[in-house]
Design a protein around this ligand. Sequence first.
Ligand code: GLP
Length: 229
Amino acid sequence: MQIVTVKSYDEMSNLASKMIAEQIKSKPDSVLGLATGSSPVGTYEKLIKRHKRDGLDFSCVTTFNLDEYCDLSRKHPQSYYTFMMENLFSHINIPSKNINFPDDNFEKYEKKIKNSGGIDLQLLGVGHNGHIGFNEPDDVFHNKTHKIQLAESTIRANARFFNSMDDVPKTAITMGIGTIMAAKKIILVAGADKASVINELKKETVSPQFPVSILHYHPNCTIIHASSS
Ligand code: GLP
């Protein structure tokens, strides 16, 4: 694992978008794994710029999102589908048939990823408790796409997007740790608010109680950390 520290959120987003653009240029039919949350928003803004300004072409790209809430319709303003449409997909030339989100049919999702040739580049954020996707701290690493119960701290953290804590969905579908680890390349973006996560990662201890630590075992993983906002 390589930890690259940059000065600002803007620099972090620029570097992540540059790496993703290079991936797409070197393989126009790249398969990307994508994340939601505030961390990758800047990366998506820069990718949109690269599309509009430099003609970065998404017409052959396929995407698989990491996770989605249960019991929210796609059209709900806080669904991850809506998030991705607003922050990326509706601004680039990706065909809608190439966009994938996990649902109750976990096996189909895993098969679709496999049949697409596997994920070339997975973009990740990280929760304050070390969760990736919605893989919350647990006694074991869950391998494949599965349904989970959100941790209390995650519900609290995500409440800012809803009217109240009660409105935050309590369950979600997420790619598993094995699904994420199977990606050929991983980029994780962590803003200044994730300094404690980065410090914990530097201890190099791998534990399912701190899911992001599994990335120590990935052969091509770059963590981009912004030291200030
Ligand atoms: C949610 C998402 C994660 C994301 C995390 C951190 O829980 N499921 O994929 O990494 O939030 O979000 P943020 O980047 O807003 O801190």
